[in-house]
Design a protein around this ligand. Structure first.
Ligand SMILES: Cc1cc2nc3c(=O)[nH]c(=O)nc-3n(C[C@H](O)[C@H](O)[C@H](O)COP(=O)(O)O)c2cc1C
Length: 349
């Protein structure tokens, strides 16, 4: 059975899970339109995930994807964290605020969150996807036994091989063009920074798993190109940020729709892990001391953005976007799926 048949998709398209931006409403609209909608529960706990899954299920009977962060547990380092806060202090002061007294790890990895795993096994959503790493063999077995289709992001051949060896069903080849966090398993390790085209081809040639291409794909031409490379589908994030169903705030939408969309940059400064964002005051900071581990650094980043926003400065937001950002079209998610379907049909004649 092909990937599309298994998930009953009428278009080879996954709306990317986007923590803080994609919503149950968006996922349901996309799934109802025949693509695979995704929610990201990496930034919430089991109770929050339960609610989000229920909300999707209330709005669609079709397959959808639930995405988790599977990062290695951060190592707290009081000295590094204090130095980081001190370095940011003048910026906080600009907005009449102070950095948090102590930085916390704001997201729990699935590796540590047993309640989340039990919830997933109990709920058995049609698809579960992993970012930043792979869960335990036990977790993979438990989800597979419940019939869940498993996806994992990979930014290199080695990560894809690890996913295949672990029992993942489909690998998401995330190129350097992609918006949001790079899914690399070890942010301190070497990064060949492969583009979507080369990575997709490498993984397709390897033939380990079906490949979904992600990064810089914005329209039907891009989906067609991914399929021509041998991918079974395209995963698109930035293209959906401007949809009315997204949780993006007005400043993010305006930045994406403006000339700033031509300038994305990869930075670890906001969260502690490399992520691609629209260039802004935060991404432009330089001369920083060593960063706290992800997601401890993100505690400071979010606090700085909140302080700045409260004073009307939007230049410290995590405005994640991929290199294709200027090609984004703001329209309802279901309509975007239909436009993509028509464009794809033109290119695949
Ligand atoms: C706003 C935003 C948030 C993201 N959050 C997540 C996430 O929570 N989990 C995940 O696996 N990928 C996340 N990603 C990455 C996407 O899965 C995907 O790799 C990327 O969007 C593809 O590149 P594109 O943005 O050029 O389409 C995010 C991307 C964006 C733009």
């Amino acid at each position: 059975m092909t990937f599309l048949e298994r998930l009953d998709l009428s278009i080879p398209l996954i709306q990317a899970p986007m923590a803080g931006t994609s919503t149950p409403e968006m996922a349901a609209q996309v799934s109802n339109a025949g693509a695979l909608g995704s929610i990201a529960v990496g930034a919430t706990d089991a109770a929050g995930a339960r609610e989000m899954i229920a909300e999707v299920r209330a709005r669609t009977a079709r397959p959808f994807n639930v995405n988790l962060f599977v990062h290695a547990a951060p190592v707290a380092d009081a000295g590094r964290e204090a130095a980081w806060s001190e370095w940011l202090r003048p910026l906080f002061a600009e907005f009449g605020a102070e950095p948090p007294a102590q930085l916390r790890s704001i997201y729990r990895s699935l590796l540590e969150d047993h309640e989340m795993l039990s919830l997933l096994v109990g709920e058995a959503p049609p698809v579960v996807s992993f970012h930043f790493g792979l869960p335990s063999g036990e977790a993979i077995r438990a989800l597979r036994e419940r019939g869940v289709v498993l996806l994992a992001s990979a930014t290199s051949l080695d990560e894809a091989r690890a996913a295949a060896a672990a029992g993942i069903d489909v690998v998401v080849a995330q190129g350097i063009e992609a918006g949001g966090h790079r899914g690399m398993f070890d942010p301190a390790g070497p990064d060949a920074q492969l583009g979507t085209m080369a990575l997709t081809r490498l993984l397709v040639r390897e033939g380990l798993l079906p490949v979904v291409a992600a990064g810089g794909i914005m329209d039907g031409a891009g989906i067609a190109a991914a399929l021509d490379l041998g991918a079974v589908a395209a995963q698109m994030g930035t293209a959906f940020v401007g949809c009315p169903e997204s949780a993006a705030d007005d400043a993010y939408r305006a930045a994406l729709a403006g000339a700033g969309a031509y300038h994305t940059t990869l930075t670890p400064l906001i969260s502690g892990r490399p992520a691609r964002a629209l260039a802004n005051r935060f991404t432009a900071l330089a001369g920083n001391p060593p960063l706290p581990d992800y997601p401890i650094a993100y505690d400071a980043g979010k606090a700085l953005n909140a302080a700045a926003k409260a004073r009307g400065e939007y230049g410290f937001g995590a405005q994640w976007a991929g290199q294709g950002a200027p090609l984004a079209r703001a329209m309802p998610a279901a309509q975007l799926v239909e436009v993509l379907r028509q464009e794809l049909a033109m290119y695949r004649k």
